[in-house]
Write a protein that binds this ligand. Sequence first.
Ligand code: BG6
Length: 487
Amino acid sequence: MSVISQTVEPFDLVIFGGTGDLAVRKLLPAMFHRFVDGQIPASSRILGIAREALDDDGYRALLRESLRDAGEASQLDVFLQHVGYRPLDARKSDGWADFADLMARHPDHVRVFYLSTSPELFVDICARLGDLGLNKGASRVVLEKPIGRDLASANEINDAVGRVFDESQTYRIDHYLGKETVQNLLALRFGNALFEPLWNAGHIDHVQITVAETLGVGHRGAYYDRAGALRDMLQNHMLQLLCMVAMEPPASLAPDAVRDEKLKVLRSLTPIDDSNAAQLTVRGQYRAGVAEGASVPGYPDELGDTRSGTETFVALKAEIANWRWSGVPFYLRTGKRLPERVSEIVVVFKAVPHSIFDPSNGPLEQNRLVLRLQPDEGVKLWLTIKHPGPGGLRLRHVPLDMTFAEAFGVQQRDAYERLLLDVVRGNPTLFMRRDEVEAAWRWADPILAAWAAAGDSPRPYAAGSWGPSAAVALIERDGRTWHEDNE
Ligand code: BG6
């Protein structure tokens, strides 16, 4: 199937933190893919900014390695002509005037300032951009997570950025919202008459959201140890997934229509605090074990700090206190060094009210809708059918399987490709509004406070396992189990 790309206005994409992991591994390859698909207008420029004393050629050489597999060599050379570099330090004034001159060469371009730096620098960078008048006109700022480490620090950042850029110019990125399956959730829920009548507490038993990674924290230990799984994954990515599952139908896909509905979900989450955190949450930290066939060290050894109390795994039971979802638990779990890399949303429907079958026909299982975000994006709807052929009536639980790569013959694209061009287009639907970030922190803060007050360490789990056994107990206590795709 052919790829359909919409063109965008000519733009300047300025990436602060241009030599960092995210820029080199994700943002530049994403732009290269868009270039290969013919979506980057000829005069557009991509500029890396960091403190390192590089020039354009030095930066291009640094990128070549990670771009090598993303397209053909001849195309890479042409793409790199769009790419440049300026060494700048947000806390020193050298070079900023030249940078402003460079920007002024294309006053008609959409300007996107992507802040892929540590959040402490967001304030200084925005102040500089404001002083140079670069916040005027078609200018947008993209904020990478983490936006703060709690509500108070998120407010400080948002206030400081807000002094320079309007909310309408501010794009808080959550790359999970750019994943194909997440957008497909909108299509499935609101493009089919089939699901919406069943999408409520009357018909849904519970929802599971799992984001499992096989990698450890590696060289990101300094950041990660200050964050932990709740701040790194759950407060943002997983709550956004939960919102997409649970929100009311928006009146349209207009940015605020969708974000208003997500906000209502976040505000309806039942609080978890020191009165119930011990029953509703499980924290874990990986120890030495085997991941992807190799022995790997535990988190404390990887970090070089045996006293760290940071969780690398979290599982919790969330509830949404509104008419649609009352009594329907949302079980969330995420962790590093789990047995496989898999992210999925599992919607488990209620059992049939009465079975007409004999137990000898086989077990009657509950329908499940499984939306897989990775590794192989797709949707499976598990149904009960009769095993074909003779041998009596034997019930089978099988999936209607739509793996997108197979069904449409398209290569899976990175979420950043879509999101970066959405910023250029000025479409913030898949970005978080300030009040959403605040509401998510308002719910997460009491959990963090309860853990801190309890003072206990995260439970150890072996690398390559599904986390502490308490995470299994969390769901099994309710007579349910974590979904396994044992097709
Ligand atoms: C990032 C987290 O936001 O998401 C990382 O900081 C995590 O810790 C990553 O590994 C996961 O993203 P993906 O797209 O690989 O699932």
